[in-house]
Ligand binder design. Sequence first.
Ligand code: SF4
Ligand code: ZN
Length: 306
Amino acid sequence: MNCCDEKPIISLYSGEKLCKQHFNDYFENKVFKTIRQFELLDKEENLGVALSGGKDSLTILHILNKLSKQNPKINIKAIAIDEGIEGYRDKTLEKAKGFCNENNIKLHIFSYKEEFGLTLDEMLKILDVKPCSICGVFRRYLLNKKSKELGLTKLATGHNLDDECQSILMNQLKNNIEASARLGPKVGLVHDEKFVQRIKPLYLCTEKEVTTYAFINNLLDEFNECPNVPQSFRAQVRDMLNDMENKFPGTKYSIVNSFLQILPLLKQKFKSEAIKACAKCNEPSANDTCNACVYLEKLKKSIEVN
Ligand code: SF4
Ligand code: ZN
């Protein structure tokens, strides 16, 4: 079923085919509805947007920037993390800088090299670890720490429905259901000063929808993928889910929708009384020492030995 006489540019899983203008309206309305449904924003926010320069983060920054123009009490800043991945992050950061310049958005960039002394590429030459494990730990660490330093009330990320679906399944496959209690459209504790709450306004938008929105709004002219992606467990789960979605359209929605129904129970079951602070850096941690400090110690030891 077509939306109107204009040429359709996308077919939704419901079978509906939308033209450029109708898809644009559909997508933006879906994001605004998600924000209302999950109460992602308060009336006044000093909102950070985690910007990688890829399609998801440019899309969410583009939409939240529109929202902040209609609502001057929502103040927007972008934060980018430069992990130091040659041939990839340098390109996406250029895109991020260009977008923020054109749209007059303040961009703060923090790098692993400056904060930890080594780029991710250098770390991976020293430690035999999965790239995304170490990279993810340091990124979450820096985003939380810098968000606090910048006085942000919340941090919006570009996670979409496909990302969430992959995380749910990865946690199941690794028998790590406790990690799923930390998923959902709103992550982190509101009432703990060690955390800056993270929100995911693209939570109900599929990867296909985000990519389409990014292209028709000229947010992205080329597709860049981190060279470490193919090695990741996530990439294998992604391919499996895409295969299922092709065979059984709506699979991803079903997984996320059913997850949302059990999420309150998971949060209740794994509710921690108090969040510990890392003994070394004072950042939030499940153990006495946080994962970032554990990796930093391992790096230091390996450098000393060699
Ligand atoms: Fe880091 Fe993995 Fe993402 Fe690359 S794909 S930026 S290594 S988390
Ligand atoms: Zn620490």
